[in-house]
Design a protein around this ligand. Structure first.
Ligand code: PLP
Length: 287
């Protein structure tokens, strides 16, 4: 089992410690590119087809050349195999506009160990702080150049929000729009429980469509949950039976404290965790 993996889009396994990018790569100097993060489990890239579809949509939003999905799928499979079956890994697919001086886009896949916070969030849940995102739910529609629905490499403000929250001892963040609507986490989708109904804000409100939430909704419907896309206010979080932050690597993190308020654990919590687990292993497996 490798402890870190680097595979370029041509499927070649590279030394993860050898330099790969040039100093004028637009990923490095502008954050001008797109990426995906996904879980490697049992030597397989989970929900890879959902991630490849979103990579295509993100690339289109940035006017990048259309990604060659066959090559990306192959590179992801090579990298996952290289990582091995012993432990879960965090895979990134990175696709930038390439060098400022011209040439082809930059495209590579990496796999590394899960951050320590991941196991903690899965097992114990997380404390969350709501923070203003500073824009309206309409920005995605009125200003498409803001790229709100694309997973771009420009994550500096998302990381800053997490550092801000950490100063107040919160593990994570839920962004709220200027109208006071719940949006998403800096690296996750918000889903609430109301009895056997699961609700998430619609992607048309300027948020990234989450692959984990989508996979969960597919299996949850079969398990007798009603799944809805609907606008949410912070009060809906507080009065819900459970708030979850879903993401590809952490999977399901239950919010145990929201803005200092302790949230109870519903009788369905274990079922939701299992459904997410089943979902990421069964939905969007490699074609
Ligand atoms: N929203 C944002 C801003 C994210 O960065 C992420 C994941 O990285 C998500 C939502 C959740 O998406 P996924 O479930 O595909 O990981």
């Amino acid at each position: 089992m490798a402890d870190r993996v680097l595979v370029t889009l041509d499927g070649v396994v590279r030394d993860p410690d050898a330099p790969l990018l040039c100093a004028d790569d637009l990923a490095a100097v502008r954050g001008d590119g797109v990426f995906e993060t996904l879980l490697v489990r049992a030597g397989r890239p989970c929900t890879i087809e959902l991630h490849l579809s979103r990579l295509q949509r993100s690339a289109e939003a940035l006017d990048l050349p259309e990604p060659d999905v066959v090559k990306w799928r192959n590179a992801a499979e090579v990298a996952a195999k290289q990582w091995g079956t012993e432990a879960e890994g965090a895979m990134r697919l990175v696709y930038s506009r390439g060098r400022e001086s011209g040439g082809d886009p930059t495209a590579f896949v990496t796999v590394g160990p899960l951050a320590e916070r991941v196991q903690r969030a899965r097992a114990d849940g997380i404390s969350v702080m709501t923070l203003a995102r500073g824009h309206s739910t309409e920005l995605g529609q009125t200003a498409p150049w803001q790229l709100l629905g694309a997973k771009t490499l420009s994550y500096a403000t998302n990381m800053a929000a997490l550092r801000f929250a950490a100063r107040y001892e919160a593990d994570d963040v839920i962004f709220v729009s200027s109208e006071g609507r719940v949006l998403e986490g800096p690296r996750s989708t918000v889903v609430i429980e109301r009895g056997r109904t699961l609700i998430t804000p619609p992607a048309t409100q300027g948020i990234l469509p989450g692959t984990t939430q989508r996979a969960l909704f597919e299996v949850a419907e079969d398990a007798g949950f009603a799944c809805e896309y609907a606008p949410l206010f912070p009060a809906d979080l507080i009065t819900s039976d459970g708030v979850w932050l879903l993401s590809s690597v952490t999977l399901a993190a239950r919010v145990h404290t929201l803005d200092g308020l302790v949230m109870r654990r519903s009788a369905r919590a274990d079922e939701i965790v299992s459904l997410v687990d089943v979902a990421v292993e069964s939905i969007g497996a490699s074609k």
